[in-house]
Design a protein around this ligand. Sequence first.
Ligand SMILES: Nc1ncnc2c1ncn2[C@@H]1O[C@H](COP(=O)(O)OP(=O)(O)OP(=O)(O)O)[C@@H](O)[C@H]1O
Ligand SMILES: [Mg+2]
Length: 403
Amino acid sequence: MQIPTPLQSPSLLEQQHPSGSGAGHLLSTLKTYKYAENRAPVLEVMDIQKRFDQFQALNHINLDVQAGEFVSFLGPSGCGKTTLLRIIAGLEQPDYGKVIKKGVDITRQQAEKRRCGIVFQNYALFPNLTVKENIAFGLSKNQWSSAERDERVHLLLDLIELPDIAGKYPNQLSGGQQQRVALARAIAPKPDVLLLDEPLSALDAQVRLNVRQKIRSIQQQFDLPTIMVTHDQEEALSISDRVVVMNHGVIEQIDSPHNIYYKPQTSFVARFIGSMNFLDAVCQQPHQLDILGSMSLNFPQQNLQVGQHYTLGFRPESVMIVEEAAADEQFLYMPVQVKSSEFLGAKRRLFCEIELENMPSADVPTLQIEIENAQSAQIQTQMLIRVAHPLIHIFDEQGRALC
Ligand SMILES: Nc1ncnc2c1ncn2[C@@H]1O[C@H](COP(=O)(O)OP(=O)(O)OP(=O)(O)O)[C@@H](O)[C@H]1O
Ligand SMILES: [Mg+2]
């Protein structure tokens, strides 16, 4: 397995991250940087850094994209997703690091020569050109005969399921249609990589779902390596082979959608993807955590440091309501009172307060619990809940997951 060498000295890293937290993220980036065995990546991003004046927009970014792979950049607004995509496209220059495509260093290559198809959020079709002319725009007359251009345009119009709009102008199309044309235009010249920056965010929910499935099926049909920027977690998890979760210019985790959800490597990922309940804990004795000062849990498999603080996390759907506690160490039991509830269709979300003696009410955490809608749980009632140990995530003080 090949792991990229950080291209910078540790002392410089320390200067940029005096608190040490950034260095932790660097470790996280390297740990999550997975090369597939025996396969050369189509695209490699190696230790990219980018600063705008005093603002560090990207910090030690390492990732790869395999042949035919669909990768999403997911993260909150301002975390650097678009900047990273623009650096890959050649629309922005990094301060440090490399972009390698098919084994060739393209870091300083002009955008036009990179063979990247790009789709932006705002369609960006040429308003004075017809759909046919828009799609054919990147098909150079030196390389494509007139007949080949026509054939390519009609093939793509069929693929986006809009075969009859060749002669229309963009302002005669709906948003969803325009974005499908933008997709056809981006893939017409047979790019090596497809880059999509929030391509669905201007569309309404139903159209969005439709266009997203279209993008995925066309990308799979052409086996086209694709990167899509989004801040919509459902979008990223539903169509990606791998998701790159970003925060404040660093990569928190690169993983399959399944692992991003079930095995978050940092508390940020756990918080950002879906919902998670968090409880403070401290290790007073080896392999044991004291929770909220009144419960103890044994974690014999964990290498816990005595005196260190930890955070326990579990998802709302990992909680079960039970009649009584069994004499079983495999569960965390908590008495709670139901404070409010939300209807979610087949499920219901309960907001509950933990009922612990000797605890100031200001410190009582509210837990979210998801139950079947048919299951009964009245407001203000008290009940006992439990969470199985394997469903509990433990994060250290730097927010890194232990398990
Ligand atoms: N040309 C620029 N000059 C100065 N600052 C910039 C420039 N481009 C981006 N930034 C800053 O870099 C940070 C990352 O911006 P970027 O557009 O990459 O974020 P993003 O993750 O795509 O956010 P969003 O989800 O809102 O699109 C932001 O704080 C932004 O203000
Ligand atoms: Mg953006």
